[in-house]
Ligand binder design. Structure first.
Ligand SMILES: [Zn+2]
Length: 270
């Protein structure tokens, strides 16, 4: 890595040209960079995950305003050099802010979790139209009354599915027997589905009710699914199975998930 990359991400050090790129997308995450800047991670329609330094964005008078806030929908321009992962944000206009929705701690926790999943599951610089549409349609659900758990698990499950990691819940991977429609499925520590006879009791269990929720989720829009109430036992089964599958892929728990769990365990409206 050349010293300029380490110092400030600028491209003055070598003669390689920088390209000015335009994109629409969502702000997913920021972290401090040097004294006055932040690095922002976006998920864009045109280029997938993009990381860019927002110069001066830690100042109150930052020209980027609320464009860097969680799931702000933005139109941005940024400079990028071919051999660098980190671009430079030039402009960032807010098309839609999530300020009101994110003032609710449960919604804010849900959005942080989605952001973390997208960052973990999708590589930089690869557009993914299906994920972009999923996020757009799911964020639109925040505008109407919705069941937080249903919307949360809808997006969680679909992200894993669109990333290609959701197991096929048709056959036991150990003995090859197709699952009977009314049987539980176990999810092993490596994320593979097993029949009850093959799977140990320590495995996560997808109950028959949870299987029905998964299949509903696979063929329903977020607008419809987010209004459904999932029965608590089925929801817990699905939540546990998803965590097992995600944990097997990422090999570590996601910080934002424990915040979400904590909030959902506490009584609300007090
Ligand atoms: Zn089996």
């Amino acid at each position: 890595m050349d010293p300029a990359t380490i110092r400030d991400g600028s491209a003055v050090a070598t003669g390689r040209p920088m390209t000015l790129l335009l994109a629409e997308g969502f702000a997913l995450k920021t972290f401090p960079y040097a004294e006055a800047h932040r690095v922002c991670v976006f998920f864009t329609r045109q280029h997938g995950i993009v990381k860019a330094v927002a110069h001066g964005s830690r100042s109150l008078k930052s020209k980027f305003g609320s464009g860097l806030e969680l799931f702000s929908e933005i139109r941005m321009s940024y400079r990028e050099r071919e051999d660098r992962e980190l671009g430079q944000l030039v402009t960032c206009d807010v098309l839609k802010s999530r300020f009101d929705a994110a003032s609710d701690p449960v919604t804010a926790a849900m959005l942080s979790y989605w952001a973390e999943l997208v960052i973990e599951f999708f590589p930089p610089h690869q557009a993914n139209d299906a994920v972009y549409r999923l996020l757009t349609a799911s964020l639109a659900c925040l505008e109407q009354p919705f069941e937080p758990d249903s919307l949360f698990h809808y997006v969680e499950t679909w992200i894993v599915r669109l990333a290609g990691f959701f197991p096929d819940l048709k056959t036991c991977l150990t003995c090859g027997t197709p699952f009977a429609p009314d049987s539980d499925i176990r999810i092993a520590h490596d994320g593979s589905p097993e029949c009850v006879a093959c799977g140990g009791p320590a495995n996560a269990t997808i109950t028959t009710d949870a299987r029905r929720v998964y299949s509903k989720l696979a063929r329903t829009s977020p607008a419809e699914f987010s209004t459904l109430v999932i029965e608590p036992f089925a929801r817990e089964s699905l939540a546990e199975a998803n965590q097992r599958i995600i944990g097997a892929i990422l090999e570590r728990p996601l910080k934002s998930y424990s915040i979400w769990r904590q909030l959902r365990m506490e009584p609300h409206g007090l």
